[in-house]
Design a protein around this ligand. Structure first.
Ligand code: COA
Length: 432
């Protein structure tokens, strides 16, 4: 019944921070054996970033590394290279996200790994596509967002806050990990036919740009006609030659906006999003729900094109409906009329919604020890005959002995690896 889709697939996870680990965590949740390579005594940088206790791994690390094994390994020592070589020879997938050129320097580029194990799929994350003038740059989340049209098109469109703005969603990091996951799964399917592993190159730029497709659509339209009817700037303000920021507009053809609700003066999330669809029937129902039936006979509002030209009046009037009502009440009142709407929810509201603890949406992982239970976002899709089991995160090097023993290394050899800095920090480093 519980058929893990990736059962029997071995992944060597040479990734850290967020982009790579989000991919390998997904692979682990789908049933792959994921062996995370971490520098002895150092580990994934996120272990010590944003900690809630200086002696414990941060939630940042915990939320991205559950169900993996940790092998402490310095891949720069001769023994480290030999161990990694052995691991690669029996791996199905090797994934890395080091800075450009680092893997070549270590001697484990795609070409080298392919020679070692032609069946092994090689996944890599970098900031930019190989064709880009930025291909050699290191990259973090905001770098991906500012260079892929996300930041230039997000935020307010006038006044002092008219500045490029980042999305709170990890478009450059976890989104890249999910894109790489798609590539890895495709390569696994492909290997079924070809018998050979392939190279999956995923840039943060391309993952982010893929989610900004509608902004490239807007650029094409702007280039042709010089204006964008769905934008709040239309029809009164001038458009330049690039897609501007659009505040809270919906993004496609329907007319949507974020409206203040009761309590907005003190609660920054007392808002609701309401959409007016373009179809005549939908609009008629919406007018009924809002009590604005006069719009049905008013030529300024009774067609979708007219509404595009009068959206500022629409924003004002809908807000007069929502402003004295609780955001949940607005949804309750409008949704029976088929009006697409939703409350703006804070992280607190979401994480305290018991209905979301359904086994996948939000999950509680028991890490044990001083950490105990923590909440994370589970596998975002469900599979009818498979339920992931959400296990704890490994301690740094917690599975070193197990992995080395499975590779055939004796206790004496393992003691030597520890002593020469391959699987444990050298005494000098440990003192630092
Ligand atoms: C995230 C990033 C900016 C960090 O850069 P960084 O601080 O230089 O850290 P890296 O992990 O890439 O590499 C640091 C060094 O550790 C080394 N290293 C990492 N793991 C190692 C291991 N297990 N054994 C030996 N050396 C190791 C690397 O080889 C590198 O050595 P070098 O500088 O001599 O080449 C960079 O890795 C990057 O741009 N990655 C691609 C995009 C990406 O995924 N960004 C993160 C988004 S969440």
């Amino acid at each position: 019944m519980n058929n893990a889709p990736l059962q029997g697939i071995k992944v060597i996870d040479f990734t850290e921070v967020q982009s790579g680990p989000s991919c390998t965590q997904m692979l682990a949740w789908l049933g792959a054996e994921v062996i995370k390579i971490e520098r002895p005594g150092v580990g994934d940088a996120t272990r010590k970033e944003l900690q809630f206790d200086p002696d414990l791994p941060s939630y940042y690390f915990l939320q991205l590394n559950s169900d993996k094994k940790s092998l402490a390994l310095d891949a720069k020592t001769p023994d480290g290279k030999a161990i990694l070589t052995k691991l690669i020879k029996e791996a199905d997938v090797f994934i890395e996200n080091l800075h450009p050129g680092a893997m070549d320097k270590l001697g484990f580029s795609w070409e080298e790994v392919h020679k070692l194990n032609p069946k092994c799929i090689y996944g890599t994350i970098k900031g930019f596509p190989l064709s880009s003038r930025f291909k050699d740059l290191k990259a973090y989340e905001p770098i991906a967002q500012v260079t892929a049209a996300a930041a230039s098109t997000t935020g307010w469109y006038e006044g002092e806050y008219n500045i490029p703005t980042q999305s709170g969603a990890a478009l450059g990091d976890s989104n890249t990990g999910m894109h790489l996951t798609i590539g890895i799964l495709a390569a696994l399917m492909q290997r079924e036919h070809t018998g050979e592993g392939s190279y999956v190159y995923q840039s943060m730029h391309n993952a982010c740009l893929n989610l900004c497709r509608i902004k490239t659509r807007d650029q094409l339209t702007l280039d042709r006609i010089g204006y964008l009817t769905q934008f709040p700037q239309y029809p009164d303000q001038k458009f330049g030659d690039f897609v501007p920021r659009a505040g809270n507009m919906e993004g496609s053809g329907v007319l949507g906006w974020t409206y203040k609700c009761k309590g907005w003066e003190t609660d920054p999330n007392a808002y609701v999003y309401v959409i007016l669809q373009r179809g005549a029937k939908d609009f008629e129902l919406a007018c009924k729900g809002l009590g604005f039936e006069d719009w049905l006979t008013n030529p300024d509002f009774n067609t979708a094109d007219a509404r595009d030209r009068h959206k500022q009046e629409i924003y004002k009037r809908i807000e007069s409906f929502t402003i004295d009502k609780d955001k949940m009440e607005v949804v309750k009142l409008l949704s029976p009329y088929g009006i697409p709407c939703g409350p703006v929810l804070s992280t607190k509201e979401i994480m305290s919604d018991e209905s979301l603890y359904d086994g996948n949406t939000l999950v509680k992982i028991n890490q044990g020890g001083k950490i105990g239970e923590f909440v994370t976002v589970g596998c975002p899709f469900t599979i009818s005959n498979y339920q992931p089991v959400y296990g704890p995160c490994p301690e740094l090097g917690g599975n070193t002995e197990e992995v080395l023993t499975s590779l055939g290394y004796t206790a004496e050899e393992q003691a030597q690896f520890k002593a020469n800095g391959t699987t444990a920090p050298l005494p000098k480093e440990a003192e630092k």
